[in-house]
Design a binder for this molecule. Sequence first.
Ligand code: T46
Length: 135
Amino acid sequence: MEIKMYTFEPHGDARGQLVAVEANKDIPFEVKRVYYMYDTTPGVARGHHAHKALEQILICVHGSCKILLDNGKEKETVVLDEPNKGLYISSDMWRVMYDFSPDAVLMVMASTYYEESDYIRDYDEFLKYVESRGE
Ligand code: T46
């Protein structure tokens, strides 16, 4: 499986670091929504779903976490632990976020507004969905 990581150039000076991410330039889509998670309960995993259309970039802007990606055929785990590294997740990809450090803040830039009907929350349904699309 091809993992698409983006490295954003920090604008560092004596005051510290600043990272800017521009839609359709630094990432391949228009950003419609930004959300972030923090204060994650120790030991929990989040996600356990796929999307039909949504594309996203995940940045762990503080702390660290792991992301399990599963396209129905292969699985890969990515560690996010740098605030200027973004993981691209396409639609049709089962994802699980886990192993959050206590200080983790996981920020997500999303290509669409929140839409519950875009979620596939059942793993068997996901496998049938990707198979029906010939993926
Ligand atoms: C994804 C992974 C990486 C909203 O009201 N608006 C939103 O934009 C989002 C993302 C969530 N919510 C509500 C829906 C639930 O009541 O917030 C609650 C928690 O959402 P959820 O259980 O879907 O969160 P995660 O962490 O399992 O998954 C999220 C995204 O939903 C999902 O698209 O790819 O992060």
